[in-house]
Design a protein around this ligand. Sequence first.
Ligand SMILES: Nc1nc2c(ncn2[C@@H]2O[C@H](COP(=O)(O)OP(=O)(O)OP(=O)(O)O)[C@@H](O)[C@H]2O)c(=O)[nH]1
Ligand SMILES: [Mg+2]
Length: 285
Amino acid sequence: MDHINWFPGHMKKATDSIKKSLKLVDLVAEIVDLRIPVSSRNPVIDTIIGQKPHLMILNKKDLADPRENDRWTDEFSKRGHEVLRVDSLHDNVTKELEKAGRRALKEKFKKDREKNIENDRIRMMIVGIPNVGKSTLINRVANKRITRVGNKPGVTRQNQWIKTGGNFELLDTPGILWPKFEDPKTGLHLAFIGSIKDEIMDKQDLAFELLKVLQKQDPKILEERYGITTKDKTTLQIMEDIAVKRGAIMRGQEIDYERIATLILDEFRKGVMGRITLEKVEDYV
Ligand SMILES: Nc1nc2c(ncn2[C@@H]2O[C@H](COP(=O)(O)OP(=O)(O)OP(=O)(O)O)[C@@H](O)[C@H]2O)c(=O)[nH]1
Ligand SMILES: [Mg+2]
């Protein structure tokens, strides 16, 4: 479970197609998940986009701790990024996204004006790892379900242009991961938020690892959600207590580990355990 190294063939194809589409756009907007703002950044994207203007979209703010959201927003700005913080599922983001795009393109517009080029069109490519909400954001902007979304990785299969009516065009792209994770925590965190296919992992191990992280970070989350105690308990005991509370018991009073693992992962991903940030600024500066 420590090392998840996974790079299916379609990821390479998707990476290549992002490279090719780069010349068709004015800027690249990279979406990350505010629950894991470090692990959900694909280092390959930086090398692909090179000098292109860049916008950082911090998404799923409704699922992450509001205080940590503020800290991350400041931190990314401090690092020189143009930042937009959103909840693509619920916010009406169109105007904000266009404005942020214009901010990221300030230099380009200035140069255009100096050359007397009249052009206020923005073509924005949306990139990011699987399941961070690229298609959700685009559907919001387009105000309809143009592109398919789903709470699992790999829903979008190819690049797709979306016209928004105004002078603002968006290119949806498939989520891409990178060939090797430097830090084993990265793979785990990506799996927790559902960016790596559940099929290639052991769900019970994954749920156990998630409980271990939450137990260490903030056991109150588990106590409040499941009505259990955590003091002096092992992670396995906690998992079993939750199973008992939730009736994940098979015939003969045996714990149904598969069922409780599924429930725990599902509840974390949906945010019903509360707003939880797994990666905090202070651990990464
Ligand atoms: N709560 C919450 N859920 C979100 C937000 N943005 C997206 N989602 C959910 O996240 C899941 C993934 O969204 P998609 O838009 O399909 O993600 P994607 O980045 O296009 O994924 P791929 O096409 O697989 O690369 C869906 O279940 C969305 O409803 C958000 O800001 N808040
Ligand atoms: Mg998609």
